[in-house]
Design a protein around this ligand. Structure first.
Ligand code: DX5
Ligand code: ZN
Length: 220
């Protein structure tokens, strides 16, 4: 029995109405909200900070907030997101000098710790820290923007990550992020993904519920 989760990225939402957009997409059947934090240094775009998280909480969003930090160095802001009500904090291994310490910091809070990998990054960093990881996020586009084309090479990597999770014997979720649409979701699920981030495919669609339902149809 698969327990699939759909995590719409509010990077694709209308920034003037973030709270309402998050609420709408949750009412339409999403499981959580993906928050893409970009610093215009680690990635070539600038988005939002921990205030987005605390504002969503204040607005009344109770669903898990799945934070994806594309910030270097990342350590300084991890605590801000813990305090702001994040549920999962995903960091890229090459955005911190002391990955083990960063993961420990997240684990000491109530948040789940995620490790995120760019399309061309190897999974080597997992080797010595997998015991501290609750979520593995594989980028299926180069990070920075919504609406890019899915990179099929991630399918091999998903299988590789799935195997590492199996070997670890731990309950680790496998999330895929970038270019996920009604047309690509099945292939990533077949390769082992259980959590699906989608920005434009959901937020640029006319009917969020219909799009999410169609995605779930593909997962049956
Ligand atoms: C890219 C972000 C993704 C992105 C997904 O750097 O990490 O979460 O918003 O957007 P789509 O689904 O449109 O590729
Ligand atoms: Zn993301």
């Amino acid at each position: 029995m698969n327990n699939y989760l759909i995590s719409p990225s509010i990077l694709g939402a209308d920034f003037a109405r973030l709270g309402q957009e998050a609420q709408d997409v949750l009412e339409a059947g999403a499981d959580m909200i993906h928050i893409d934090v970009m610093d215009n240094h680690y990635v070539p775009n600038l988005t939002m900070g921990a205030m987005a998280c605390s504002s969503l909480r204040r607005f009344g969003i109770n669903a898990p907030l799945d934070v994806h930090l594309m910030v270097k160095p990342v350590d300084r802001i991890v605590g801000d997101f813990i305090d702001a009500g994040a549920s999962i904090i995903n960091v890229h291994p090459d955005a911190t000098t002391h990955l083990d310490r960063t993961l420990q910091r997240i684990k000491e809070s109530d948040c789940k710790a995620g490790l995120a990998f760019n399309p061309a990054s190897s999974l080597d960093a997992l080797k010595y820290v997998i015991d501290k990881v609750d979520n593995i996020l594989l980028m299926s586009v180069n990070p920075g923007f919504c609406g890019q084309t899915f990179i099929p090479n991630v399918l091999h990597k998903l299988r590789e990550a799935k195997e590492l999770i199996k070997q670890s014997g731990r309950n680790i979720r496998l999330e895929v992020d970038g270019g996920i649409t009604i047309d690509t979701i099945k292939s990533v699920a077949d390769a082992g993904a259980d959590t699906f981030v989608a920005g434009n495919a959901i937020f640029k669609s006319a009917d969020y519920r219909e799009t999410i339902n169609k995605m779930r149809e593909q997962l049956k």
